[in-house]
Design a protein around this ligand. Structure first.
Ligand code: OAD
Length: 242
């Protein structure tokens, strides 16, 4: 099948699907200039996740962890949503009650684009959480003073991010499970498909009989499982599906 045929088929499936769920990863924001984690210029090629994105790393050296997140906040603050983020807002607008977006991205670009029905399962780089009183608040200060402390109880703040070794929020897991079990079509965009639980979401959707379409620059461990695998840039392909 040619790429044009694949796109035509994906459009037809999407147009006839009632419940649509979308899972996104770093690849969708790569087109906005946000680095991915595992690509050639990926963050985990230069930095060690164990030193920067675990609760142990934060306990050992909160300054180092905050400096890294501060650097990422500065970088992301200059980036804008791209046509793929915007196309997903339109998809939501067309199915206000039967659409859910699950993102592993912490950059907040889906929200900036206008998506509202979404779960940010790995957290959000623009939110901070108090290690003392647990309060979560939005914080867009760039750069942040290091080390940032809670206005209410003066304890240390941490990024509101799900780090390696931490569990997703129960509420997010429930919402995602519901969106996956109810969908007729799952669109998987720009994720390497190796970090769980998101890496298992395509299988859950397949189990309930949903059609799964993947959009990625390359093939992934999920490509053999999905019904249709479209290779190319998210910013070019996602708008073509509408
Ligand atoms: P990865 O960096 O692992 O994978 C990015 C995927 O996007 C790869 O499969 C690329 O082929 C694809 N890609 C790159 N550019 C693209 C483009 N322009 N269009 C379409 N696809 C493109 O990122 P994730 O799968 O999101 O966790 O990583 C999952 C999690 O691992 C992240 O949420 C992060 C990381 O550790 C936390 O930060 C908690």
């Amino acid at each position: 099948m040619t790429t044009d045929d694949q796109i035509h088929l994906a459009r037809t499936h999407l147009a006839s699907a009632r419940h649509v769920t979308v899972l996104t990863g770093a690849g969708i924001s790569a087109d906005s200039g946000v680095p991915t984690f595992r690509g050639t210029d990926g963050l985990w090629r230069t930095f060690r996740a164990e030193d920067l994105a675990t609760p142990e790393a934060f306990e050992r050296d909160p300054r180092l962890v905050w400096e890294w997140y501060n650097w990422r906040r500065e970088l992301i603050a200059t980036k804008q949503p791209n046509p793929a983020h915007i196309a997903l807002v339109e998809l939501e607008r067309r199915r206000p009650d039967t659409f859910w977006l699950i993102t592993q991205n912490v950059d907040g670009l889906h929200r900036t684009a206008g998506s509202q029905r979404l779960s940010e399962i790995h957290g959000n780089i623009w939110k901070v959480r108090c290690t003392g009183c647990g309060i979560i608040s939005e914080n867009r200060e760039v750069p942040l003073p290091i080390l940032p402390t809670c206005r209410l109880c003066q304890a240390l703040l941490r990024p509101h991010i799900v780090w390696f070794g931490e569990s997703l929020l129960g509420e997010d897991l429930r919402r995602c499970d519901q969106a996956l079990r109810n969908c007729d079509l799952l669109l998987v965009i720009g994720t390497s498909g190796i970090v769980y639980p998101a890496a298992g979401f395509a299988s859950v959707a397949k189990e309930v009989g949903a059609l799964v379409i993947e959009i990625n620059l390359d093939s992934t461990p999920q490509s053999d499982l999905v019904d249709l695998s479209l290779q190319g840039r998210a910013k070019d392909l996602v708008p073509l599906l509408l």
